[in-house]
Ligand binder design. Sequence first.
Ligand code: NAP
Length: 481
Amino acid sequence: MSVPVFRNYIGGEWVDGPTFENRNPANTDDLVGLFVAGTESDMARAVEAAEAALPGWASMPAPARGALLYKVAEILESRLEQLAVEMTREEGKTLPESRAEVRRSVNIFRYYAGEGSRLPGLVTPSERDRVHTFAIRRPIGVVGLITPWNFPSAIPAWKLAPALVCGNTVVLKPASAAPLSAWRIVEACHEAGIPPGVVNFVAGSGGRLGRALIEAPALRAISFTGSCEIGRQLHAEASRRRLRIQLEMGGKNPTIVLADCDLALAVENVVNGAFASTGQKCTATSRAIVEEKIYDKFLDALVERTRRYRVGNGLEPGVEMGPAVDEAQLETDLRYVRIGTEEAGPPVFGGRRLSGPDYDKGYFIEPTIFAGVTPGMRIAQEEIFGPVLAVMKARDFDEAIEIANRVPFGLSASLQTTNLSRVFEYIQRMEAGLLTVNLPSAGVEYQLPFGGTKESSFGPKEQGPAALDFYTDFKTVYIKY
Ligand code: NAP
C-alpha cells in the first residue's frame, strides 16, 4: 500500500519537500504517513502569506468568520471516526480517547464560531457631558501556534478557532511526533473555504522552525503548549522582540485523598488521572497524597485496580492504556522508574517495559506505582509525562495541602472528600489553575478558562471566553456629540 504524503500549507498552496516519517507507537511497522519537513524559508513564507491575508480576514464581519468555523466543525464531524483512528495510530491513545478528542475539537470550533456573533466589547457611561464611550476588540495580527503531540487535535483546535474568529491569521507548527491530527484540521479549514494565507501549516523540526518563526518580522504573538524548557527559551526570545506570548507547560499534579472520601471513587479517579492516555496529559495525576488513616487501605485498592488495567494497542476494544508516544518518552519513563527505585525502593506495581507478541513492536510500559514517596524526591518533584504515580502519606488535610503545593508547578489538582468545608479550603489554598473535586485531575471542558500558575503557565488563559483576551486588543473610542 502506498504511504500518503502530507504537504505543508502556505498561502493556500500545498507545498512539497523532503519528508519525515510518522509511525504508530503501538506498532512501528505501521507507517501512518510521510510529512514534508518545512525549511526556514517555508516558515518565513508562511508568515508573509499570513501577513498578506490579514487585512481581508480582519475586515470580514466576525459572524462571517464564525460561519466558516461552523463549516470546519461540520467537516471534522463528518470524518470523526476516520480522524479518531488516525489519532490512535499516530499518538497511541485508545480509540475512545481519540473519539472524545475529535468530538472536543468539533465542539471547540462550534463554540468559537458562535463567538463571531458576540465578540464582546465594552460600553460604559462617560464622565463628560454628551460623550459616548466604547471599546471594541481588534485582532492582534499574525499569530504563531506551536503545539505538542499529546492532544494532537484539541490543542491546535483550541488555539486556531479563537485566533481565527478574532480576525487573526496564523501559522501552525505541530509536534513532529503527531502532526496528522493538526493537518486534518488545516485540511478542513481549506475545504471550508477559509481564504488562502489565513491558515498556514509548516511541519518539521521545532528547533529550526521555531527560530525562523520568532525571527519573522510580521509575527505579533506566539501561543505555545509544550515543555517548560522550550517555553522558557521562547519567552526570552519573544521578550526581546516584544511579542505577545502565551505559554502552557508542565505539571506535577496532585490528587489529595482524605479519609472521609468515597474510597472506590477515589481509587477510580486516581487510576484514571494517572494512567489514562498513558499518563501523557499535562493535567495527569502524578502524585497521590493520601491521609494517613486510610493510606494502607487506599494503596491496596489502588494496586488491585491497576493490576486489572489493560495495556495494549489502542485500536483494540477494551484496552485502557496505549503505548508511550515514542522511544524517547519510553526511555524517560524507564529512567524515572530507575530513579524512583533508588529513592523509594522498587515500585509496588509495574515499572517494566512490556514484552511479548502484543507489545514487541511498540513502546509499552506497565502502569507504575511507587509507594512511600516523600516530598523532596525527584519522582515527587519532576514532570515525567508517563504512567508513573508517586503515592505519598500526609498526617492530615493541612499537611496534604502543604505537600501538594511544594512543587514548582501549578497546573491542575484534585481533592477526594465528602467534607464541604475542606472543599472550600482547598479552593482557597491550592496553588493550581484547574481544580477538581471527586473527579480525576484531568478532564477539562472547552467553555471555561484553561491554564495554570507558577512554572506551569504564563500569560492569559486559553479556552472559554478567556481566550479572546490573548487573541485581541481593545480599541477604545470617545465621541463628543
Ligand atoms: P516540547 O518538546 O516542548 O514540544 C512542543 C512543541 O514545541 C513541538 O511542536 C516542538 O516541535 C516545538 N519545539 C521544540 N523545540 C522548539 C524550539 N526551540 N522553538 C520552538 N518550538 C520548538 O513538548 P512535547 O514533548 O511535545 O509535549 C510535552 C510537554 O507539553 C509536557 O511538558 C507537557 O506537560 C506539556 N503540555 C502542556 C499542556 C498545558 O496545557 N499546560 C498541554 C499539553 C502538554 P518538535 O515536535 O518538532 O520538537
